[in-house]
Design a protein around this ligand. Sequence first.
Ligand code: RNT
Ligand code: ZN
Length: 414
Amino acid sequence: MSLVYEEAKKVYAAIGIDTDEAIKKLSEISLSMHCWQGDDVGGFESSGELSGGIQTTGNYPGKARNMEELMADIDVALSLIPGKHRINLHATYADYSDGIVSRDKLEPRHFDKWIAFAKERGLGIDINPTLFSHPLASDGLTLSHPDESVRRFWIDHCKAIRKIGAYIGEKLGTPCLNNIWIPDGYKETPADRTSPRQRLKDALDEILSVKYDPAYLVDSVESKVFGIGVESYTVGSHEFYMNYAAKNNVMCLLDNGHYHPTESVADKIPAMLLFSDKVALHVTRGIRWDSDHVVGYTDEIKEIAKEIVIAGPEKVIIGLDYFDASINRIAAWVMGMRNMQKSLLNALLTPHAALADFQAKGEFTDMFVLSEEVKSYPVSAVWNEFCAISGVEANETWLYKVKEYEKNILTERK
Ligand code: RNT
Ligand code: ZN
């Protein structure tokens, strides 16, 4: 135990916080690390363009070109991130070594390599059907497409992925989160806002009519306010999914890049949890819009972390979702994951009960002063201790290892 940590321990003890306990709790929170940061949401199915109103910008060298490279890069990232985590996959990261398979025909065996990878490392896996970057999504419509045959393809795809998710959950002994996000929407103000949503509702009903053991598979639906090219209307809006989730016993997934910039996902979490047992998150950093920048140690994320800690971390499934191709992709993973963890630690070191007590008594001066002063308490000393216990670098020196790997491995990829 370092002297600095011992000092910090005393400082926090004075406001009733046990730092050892905070470290223990933090080490029990796992985050789902999105595989798609490693290859700019490319996947292994085709080399076609990314579609669906999302965009990766930048051309930093060294993008993973296949499953082996992506796995190797994930290993490097995880070696620099404290704690035990999960991997979040998209359907298009299937194992196509026996040939490309149509998305509606994907089978559990196409994910056996990922399962073996996860098992060896003690990781969980989450999954997402991929309803973009495909000829049948080129109209910008999938589950809400007016053409029945297009809808059928995507319904069957989602069903195939749920089956795969349940298989993964069973094999790994930890529930796999299947998250449905669709890009569907319109560039111009639609004449009919109802029919597409009716079709989406019917499609979801069919997809979710197949029941799986919740010990293996849990489902969430992810809303969005707009996407590039679908600025006027999105079928899967927040109200649509919030009501759908409540009535159908699935989870809402809140992506903090998917709301109007002044809306706060931190504020939504406790509201949602009065009506559902759990909520799922995609943590990102929007700048002006859903720009999917690397998660920072920002006020927005700290406030989200605070609500997670107050609610109880077991009630919130935390996944990251961003894609930056302008910097080293492994560094992007590591920094985002560590920032989320540091934000959680910051929340674990905040005297919530005392602050809530001030609020209840109407002692707002005390509440304000304590919450402000606590912001400059020595979180970093506790963070460093957590990293030391976990066997990873405490500060920016982790980047040397990424740079070494970049020099030896990434620059060889052309
Ligand atoms: C898009 C959604 C969605 C995707 C990933 C790749 O705006 O956030 O979650 O980012 O599924
Ligand atoms: Zn998302």
